[in-house]
Design a protein around this ligand. Structure first.
Ligand SMILES: *[C@@H]1O[C@H](CO)[C@@H](O)[C@H](O)[C@H]1NC(C)=O
Ligand SMILES: *[C@@H]1O[C@H](CO)[C@@H](O)[C@H](O)[C@H]1NC(C)=O
Length: 145
């Protein structure tokens, strides 16, 4: 677990860096396995970004393959760069655990740009082929309901 000072620095970096789509700044390599960012953020105290739910992103259909749990902050563009690069253009299924009324937009290109897919029902998308978005997602942005 991070010391508090570095965790706050990390969260500040996540806020700024993910907005411009350059990446997120934690130290583990993608090969080290799923990164549970929600747990990292939830351990923090006052001043942390407000994580309101989780997304699970998986490299194969039906929530299989390599799955990564991501803490979700309302209105922040998060891109699969840096330590999340292993997910870039690889996601084939997702689970959205964001509570009633939440919405997300999935994007094809960096900085939440390019082709997009709007998700108004949280739950599970079992196969991104069904939505014409298989293996092309690069960023997402969600809003709390
Ligand atoms: C990212 O998108 C925002 C909002 O559209 C824009 O202001 C910013 O300049 C973009 N950043 C990059 C690096 O493209
Ligand atoms: C996902 O699960 C469904 C239901 O069990 C199954 O019909 C389908 O073949 C599976 N898809 C893949 C790509 O594994």
């Amino acid at each position: 677990m991070f010391p508090k000072a570095s965790l706050l620095q990390f969260l500040a970096a996540l806020s700024i860096v993910s907005t411009i789509g350059v990446g997120v700044g934690v130290g583990a390599s993608p090969a080290a396995g799923p990164i549970d960012m929600s747990r990292v953020a939830r351990d923090d105290g006052p001043g942390a970004l407000a994580i309101f739910g989780d997304i699970i992103a998986c490299t194969d259909a039906n929530l299989s393959g390599d799955c990564t749990t991501l803490g979700v902050t309302s209105g922040v563009c998060t891109c699969f760069t840096g330590n999340l690069a292993g997910l870039n253009d690889q996601v084939s299924s997702m689970e959205f655990d964001l509570g009633a009324g939440a919405t997300c937009t999935l994007y094809q290109d960096n900085n939440c740009s390019g082709g997009s897919f709007f998700v108004s029902n949280t739950g599970i998308i079992n196969n991104f082929q069904d939505i014409g978005f298989n293996d092309i997602m690069t960023c997402f942005k969600c809003f709390q309901g």
